[in-house]
Design a protein around this ligand. Sequence first.
Ligand code: GLA
Length: 756
Amino acid sequence: MELAHDVPPSPTSVNDGGHIYYFRAGGVGLIFDAQADLLPRILHWGADLGPLSDELLRDLALATVPPFVSNSPDRGIVLGLLPEQARSWPGTPGLTGHRDGRDWSPFFRQTTLEVNGTSEGTQRCVIQARDADAELSLRIELELTDSGLVRLRGAVRNDGGTIYTLDGLLLALPVPSRADEILDFTGRHLRERSPQRQPFQPGTRARDSRRGRTGHDATLLLIAGSAGFNAGSGEVWGLHVAWSGNHRTLAELLPSGERLLAGGELLLPGEIRLRPGDEYVGPWLYGSYGVGLDDLSGRIHRYVRNRPLHPRRPRPVTLNTWEAVYFDQSPSKLSALAEAAAELGVERFVLDDGWFAGRKDDRSSLGDWYVDENVWPDGLAAFSKHVRGLGMEFGLWVEPEMISSDSDLARAHPEWIMGPRATRPAPEWRNQQVLDLTHPDAYVYILERLDSLVSELSASFLKWDHNRDLIESGHQPAGEAAVHQQTLAVYSLLAKLRARHPSLEIESCASGGGRIDLGILEHTQRVWASDSNDALERQTINRWTKLLLPPELVGAHVGPRQSHTTGRIHDINFRAGTAIFGHFGIETDILEATSEERLLLQKWIALYKERRALLHSGRVVHGDHLDPAYQVYGVVAHDQSEALFCFAALATSICAPPGPVRLPGLDPRALYAVRLLPPGDVIRAGKGTTHGHAPWVKQGGVTLTGDALAHVGVQAPDLFPEQLLLLHVERYPGKAGRDNMVDTAPTATTPAPKTS
Ligand code: GLA
């Protein structure tokens, strides 16, 4: 039999009576059936199945048709990319909406289907379809990126002469029946991204976010996989909705066996009323497949890193003033802080909340974006100059989408405040309301303020905050729901500002990690993962944030010795060793640090600078230690020449010692030297004794193959809880590293090669 379609099918734009398409990239295969004039249905999304001929693809399609069972639709249930009742789909419909009570169940017929590729190696299919009776058009874009990520979005156009009210547009990707366990995430302020698992059972598990921002409790990904999957094993399929407003992600299983992940924007009542000729474009959805979560996540990371707007210059060591001074800003204190920061090696100094007119606490002044002359009598430009004179970049905190009821702006323009009706304000949240950026004058005002501040202060970084949910967010005076439009206005504002200041970097913060998604990341270069700088909390928050985002995008700071959000006390090594696996920064009053702490911090900063090229380009892997008390994770260079791992004890365990930790992701046949890496080499265990130290550590290192490291690992030292160690793994150069390894293998006591 002929094997074909090894390469993407050549572009076609005809509906020629039936086609099965096969996209292959990055170890993933995506096969879809665009039979006759119906919307495509996915036949396979998962492992690359190798080259397949047309004939084999047709047989594969036939093999997936289920048998007829009693009391079921005569033509079977068909799940298209957009689930339709017209094809007997009894589950959640893809399109919900109506034209004054009619046309609520459209049946779309393909008009054109175009397959092509992009220069970045993405295979792409655009399907145009129409329901002539309902007078609606649909466009679906479906892509497989070169890293193997499925990317899709839908758009609906009203071709009729009357208003069409759209209530929702969801696209669906099927997953196989062996995906019988679900992993998703919840969270809250200070504890984002808590994983939760459950069996994938009949019914619909919907994760809705009605917060008008992505949400602390939003699931970054909704994942289905074979029971017991973990970082390194088990097939997994995940879906992400790249949208920073209200959204819905769901996992659905019908009694007939269809199992799917679906997602889209969650539309509020009346939010999308399509006038004749209007089109609604939904957000991009991202589907990632993997064998193990690291594989799934690696595909997303590769895609994110390939985007043209991905930050490419080294991620600067950042100091943020929030937990150092809060609202208590004084030029002398902050100048001293800046000087101390520069001495430690900080590269970016970010002035947080409290610098603008009248802002003494969180009860007032949002919207009055002018420098407070009482606090900064010499102006902020002078301070920025001082900071830059010390060799650091200057960054500024702003919260452009918000307005305090107690502000000059609110007094001047009450009509710019979002709310359900002119006579009743939305509930206050952190003493603030939402500024209506869909109001053209409000938008122009904010753009002008931001633009001027960035120019006048030579700011190269904005920490862009968003400290409340958008509840009851309507457009005045009638109060029509406006979260959709507001989300688009924010994207547009960010884009305009960056067009005016192309080197400006922006951090997405929303009371910590309340706005993290690939939509906002089209416009921002960093996310603030959490307002919790407690390193213990951050081990978990950072781990799961990095499921979606590569480490260089995830802000992680060394917080105060005693955490301001939990009261826990952590030494500098645990705090700094946690932060270097993200975009490293400091958020504590370093003027109060002991000289020993400062010295150590300096060493950690130096280490971060030395290793950030690896940390911010390599593959993120996890060692899957079975005991939840321990975390093992690392970053492996793409050429597998080296890796940096962290072994963290989060709690005490019922077992001691911790046992071996496996270090995956290295070249199985190559030889590696493994050693502890200072300053992450301090073993705090059992006072006055040397117990806790594994023999290989005492001997200064060990040499093992990549295979042995992945399958046997090295014994972990017995650590106190809330301690961590860094392990550096380096391939022996030349012949000893790759070839003749059996003959030339150095013994276990061979000193590790020097690495710096
Ligand atoms: C939010 C942010 C914090 C800080 C404060 C300032 O809570 O998440 O990091 O910037 O606002 O008010």
